[in-house]
Design a protein around this ligand. Structure first.
Ligand SMILES: NC(=O)c1ccc[n+]([C@@H]2O[C@H](COP(=O)([O-])OP(=O)(O)OC[C@H]3O[C@@H](n4cnc5c(N)ncnc54)[C@H](O)[C@@H]3O)[C@@H](O)[C@H]2O)c1
Length: 297
């Protein structure tokens, strides 16, 4: 997408952190912005701040764990600005903990927000973007935790790997429809993600229900977040990637060795498979016709 002027961006989790910074970047590029957040008071305050920067911004209540709520927020965005062109499925929460300690309601919460929230956003907005015929772009916020899996962060990583996987497939499905797609994979960014329990809904235990992560690990995670990069840098990075139609958006190039180490382990396992006696009879079996042309080697 090259032309942003007068178009509209809808950002979930837009009241804070990376969402607010993406909204700010799109706003300064001439877009109207909709801050959609479960914390509508914070979203209204953030919209006021953007308005003081001459950005046309509105706040709408939106709990991304409810498909109907995402639909209702989309209709509010249309009522405010007529059309939506850019959708940032960004709302997210963090849960961690040693194996066996993560409770059912922690799993439900993180899967519903981080994974199903993205599904609801894409399924709600793709038909709306198609209907105006001007094209658009979707940005799904994953994480470096969608590329590598540090111990103790499995619930978070499971949802972020899922966002990367869905994004890779949707990128291909949407390209012929004139809808671009990017998946944002930041490292640590200075936001309030370490306090994500502040938005925890009653159905997942409510505000103040603390996940089972070990206190020291939680403290370390908070320190990492607080020493992270300025979210406005991430927002500007996303704007450029959308302009250039890039699928993957990395904001921490110094983390490349972690991804390389993982890929090297995977490639070494393929080498082992090539030499495995048990696979000798089938090692040339390669059902490439199951894959779409874009991902064939
Ligand atoms: N901060 C980091 O270091 C970092 C790194 C990689 C990825 N991320 C991802 O970035 C995204 C944004 O997080 P952030 O770091 O800006 O944190 P943040 O806590 O500052 O902002 C998250 C926003 O999402 C909102 N939210 C939470 N649950 C919601 C729901 N059910 N419906 C709608 N809104 C909801 C919160 O109210 C908040 O405004 C998340 O997906 C997070 O996983 C963050």
């Amino acid at each position: 997408m090259k032309d942003f002027q007068g178009k509209t961006a809808f950002v979930t989790g837009g009241a804070s952190g990376i969402g607010l910074s993406m909204a700010r970047a799109f706003g300064h590029a001439g877009m109207n912005v909709v801050l959609a957040d479960v914390d509508v008071a914070a979203a209204k305050e953030a919209a006021g701040r953007l308005a003081s920067e001459q950005i046309k911004a509105v706040a709408v209540r939106c709990d991304v764990t409810e498909r109907a709520a995402v639909r209702a927020a989309a209709l509010e965005a249309l009522a405010a600005f007529g059309k939506v062109h850019v959708v940032c499925n960004n709302a997210g929460v963090a849960v961690g903990g040693p194996l066996g300690t993560v409770r059912e309601r922690d799993w439900d919460w993180i899967i519903d927000v981080n994974l199903k929230g993205v599904v609801y956003g894409v399924e709600t907005f793709v038909p709306l973007i198609r209907s105006h015929g001007e094209g658009g772009h979707i940005v799904n916020t994953a994480s470096m935790a969608g590329m590598i899996s540090p111990p103790g962060l499995e619930p978070y990583c499971a949802t972020k790997y899922a966002v990367v996987a869905m994004s890779e497939g949707w990128f291909q499905q949407l390209a012929p429809l004139n809808i671009g797609l990017s998946v944002l994979c930041p490292g640590f960014v200075k936001t309030r993600i370490h306090e994500s329990g502040r938005a925890r809904q009653d159905k997942y235990g409510g505000i103040g229900d603390v996940d089972p992560g070990v206190a020291e690990t939680r403290e370390q995670a908070a320190q990492n977040v607080l020493s992270g990069v300025d979210p406005d840098i991430v927002g500007r990075c996303v704007l450029e990637a959308v302009r250039n139609g890039e699928l993957y958006i990395f904001t921490h190039p110094a983390m490349r060795p972690f991804v390389e180490a993982r890929f090297q382990m995977i490639l070494a396992a393929f080498d082992a498979a090539s030499n495995a006696p048990a696979l000798a009879a089938v090692k040339d079996h390669n059902p490439v016709t199951l894959l779409t042309p874009q991902v064939q080697p």
